[in-house]
Write a protein that binds this ligand. Structure first.
Ligand code: HEM
Length: 402
């Protein structure tokens, strides 16, 4: 090779390296927000192999692995983990294992066990306590002794999961004792699971917030209370879908809660990409010229799209009845994701949440007819933001200790 050619090659490599560094420094990570139905569906249901989709999800969920030490399909890109985990999750909620009447009995026993000693408690503490307890007993398949789990232990687990989730977004320095406090209790309650939090999180973490919002929005609505009362006496699919004359069905109430307050507000995918054709570059150079892109599907924004009309931000279950909800509206409803990674519990979870809501409404907040009342606070909360909201015994104000 002539010296001129060698110089040219060296200069080309040096320039490329300098350019690559500048390119990376200016654009190593990029975050793109998507809020239209087409963009979001393209992101969640792309024509790419399952393994690639799993990797894109796992990469964007890496923070959950750090915060919760989980190794489930949410944080791992391999297909075997996905198959095993989703199969186990489907089995857990199968109707043969957990018929609705049994699930309603569990909810009923749990709610009564907690109300029995209660005088007054923060609303979010009560709902997360109940939900976690129902999930634990449901997963355990009806061990009567588990109706006696100490509420303080449930509060530690629920509170720490909540705090760890929030911290996973804001810091990498998470104190290890918080997860240890959760795991020691979960292992005691779910001894057959090697890492029980892997199952507790997807089942419990979304469910409790759906239940909280549904109770908060409906505790003082007599039409909704009546349909939930009828549903509680027969908590099967027929009653769930049944549309009473002029009143909302249980199904449309749950759909509207999930539309306005989706527990998974955003779903992300992270992958590497480049603006250049890297085929002919040496791999070390190609690597420098790629960057990480996170695309974020803004489910909450899509579900509040203007196709729902001017009152899009109002809570109105009746908007889901067939005469008001066409294809354009339905296409915006993505609380359970879309495509190959759609939630395996998209049918089960709203029904299960409704059973727990019906049980709570049966005991709480109906004027003179119930012993307990809901004290409403400010706005509707999520993981936090329930200031002022309480559940209390009618005419009392302090929690009974001991
Ligand atoms: C209202 C409650 C729930 C909501 C809103 C919800 C939401 C979601 C969403 C949005 C996804 C897709 C995530 C993605 O694309 O990255 C998902 C996946 C999943 N969910 Fe749920 N979920 C709920 C309850 C549950 C329950 C109770 C279970 C337990 C059986 C569960 C198990 C799963 C599993 C295993 C996946 C992964 C599916 C796959 O990778 O193929 N979810 N969920």
């Amino acid at each position: 090779m002539s010296p001129y050619v060698s110089y040219a090659v060296i200069i080309f490599i040096l320039c490329s390296l300098v350019y690559a560094q500048v390119y990376r420094a200016s654009s190593t990570t990029k975050r793109i927000n998507l809020s239209s139905s087409n963009e979001i569906r393209n992101l969640l249901d792309p024509p790419t192999p399952l393994a690639e989709q799993l990797t894109a999800r796992a990469t964007s969920n890496a923070r959950l692995m750090r915060a919760f030490s989980i190794h489930s399909t949410f944080v791992h890109g391999d297909i075997d983990t996905h198959t095993t985990f989703t199969k186990a999750a489907v089995e857990l909620i199968s109707r043969h294992r957990l018929p609705w009447t049994l699930f309603a009995d569990i909810a009923s026993n749990v709610v009564d066990a907690h109300l029995h000693r209660l005088s007054s408690v923060a609303f979010d503490t009560f709902i997360s306590r109940i939900t976690l307890h129902v999930v634990i007993v449901g997963l355990l398949q009806l061990e009567p002794s588990f109706y006696k789990i100490d509420p303080d232990d449930l509060d530690v687990v629920a509170g720490n999961i909540n705090r760890l989730w929030t911290m996973s977004k804001t810091t990498t320095e998470i104190p290890s004792h918080m997860l240890a406090e959760v795991n020691v209790r979960l292992h005691r309650w779910l001894p057959t699971y090697s890492n029980p939090i892997e199952f507790v999180i997807p089942v419990y973490e979304t469910l409790w917030r759906v239940i909280a919002v549904t109770v908060a929005l409906n505790h003082n609505r007599s039409d909704v209370r009546a349909v939930f009362a009828a549903f509680l006496s027969q908590p099967d699919s027929r009653r769930y879908h049944y549309i009473p004359d002029g009143d909302p069905s249980v199904e449309v109430v749950m759909q509207e809660v999930l539309r306005l307050y989706p527990p998974t507000r955003r779903i992300s995918r992270t992958y590497t990409a480049s603006d250049f054709n890297l085929k002919y570059l040496p791999s070390f150079l190609a690597q420098c010229m790629t960057r990480t892109i996170t695309q974020v599907a803004d489910i909450e924004a899509l579900q509040r799209d203007s196709v729902w009309g001017v009152d899009v931000n109002d809570y109105d279950p009746m908007r889901h009845l067939p005469q008001r909800c066409g294809e354009a509206q339905r296409r915006t409803l993505l609380a359970f994701g879309a495509g190959k990674l759609t939630c395996v519990a998209k049918t089960w979870a709203p029904h299960a949440a409704a059973v727990i809501v019906a049980t709570i409404l049966d005991r709480v907040g109906d004027g003179d007819k119930t012993e307990f009342e809901v004290v409403a606070g400010g706005g509707i909360g999520g993981r936090s933001g329930w200031d002022g909201w309480r559940i209390q015994r009618v005419g009392r104000g302090e929690e009974i200790v001991g």
